[in-house]
Design a protein around this ligand. Structure first.
Ligand SMILES: [Zn+2]
Length: 199
């Protein structure tokens, strides 16, 4: 049946999403085919194409943005002496939502994890080391998760950015061990920030 082959193609595309297995992908595919109006489908396609085309990484901090340099990096009101290092853009969104932080960010795009074949050169560490050389930067706040990969990455960062006049801190307790900041609430993030300690 040709129709089912068409559906297969949609299912395989949806299966590429994280956490979506064949069963869920099939359910989504049927839902789209049976329940979505032509306009719903058009909106979805437009959003996918437009977002994919216009979203890129900020040239300074690597956060996802639709500009060459993101609004946070360009904002003169923000504290440019602080750089918070996070794993990905989702963390930036969580911290921004909590309104507990007014400095800049640096998005690593991953964590050092030898077991998964991810080394220091595979994430955005070189640009971080370069930014940390600027004497106006006074503090690097590491906000990677409390997982082995997060800890390894934090220690590595401490080593590569070290210089007189620069303090390297790591956000403190409050976050569940192994927990991602992506899921932390406002109060938890504020406590974790307040409890940050020198590495
Ligand atoms: Zn930026």
């Amino acid at each position: 049946m040709n129709e089912l082959k068409l559906l297969d193609r949609l299912v395989s595309s949806l299966e590429k999403l994280p956490g979506v297995g064949k069963k869920t992908a099939t359910r989504y595919a049927f839902h789209i085919v049976e329940k979505f109006s032509d306009e719903d489908v058009k909106n979805l396609i437009d959003a996918l194409v437009h977002t994919k085309e216009s979203v890129r990484h900020c040239q300074i901090c690597h956060v996802l943005t639709d500009q060459n340099e993101c609004e946070i990096c360009q904002n003169p009101v923000r504290d440019h002496s602080q750089i918070m290092v996070v794993k990905d853009t989702k963390d930036v969104i969580s911290i921004e939502k909590s309104r507990q932080y007014n400095g800049l960010y640096h998005v690593l795009g991953g964590l050092i994890s030898p077991l998964d074949g991810i080394g220091p050169d595979d994430i955005n560490l070189e640009t971080l080391a370069k930014r940390a050389e600027d004497p106006s930067v006074k503090e690097i706040i590491i906000a990677t998760s409390f997982t082995p990969a997060g800890e390894t990455t934090a220690l590595y960062i401490d080593k590569i950015v070290a210089r007189p006049g620069l303090t390297v801190t790591k956000i403190g307790y409050g976050l569940p061990a192994g927990g991602d900041i992506e899921y932390a609430d406002e109060l938890t993030l504020r406590r974790a920030l307040e409890a940050r300690k020198k590495i």
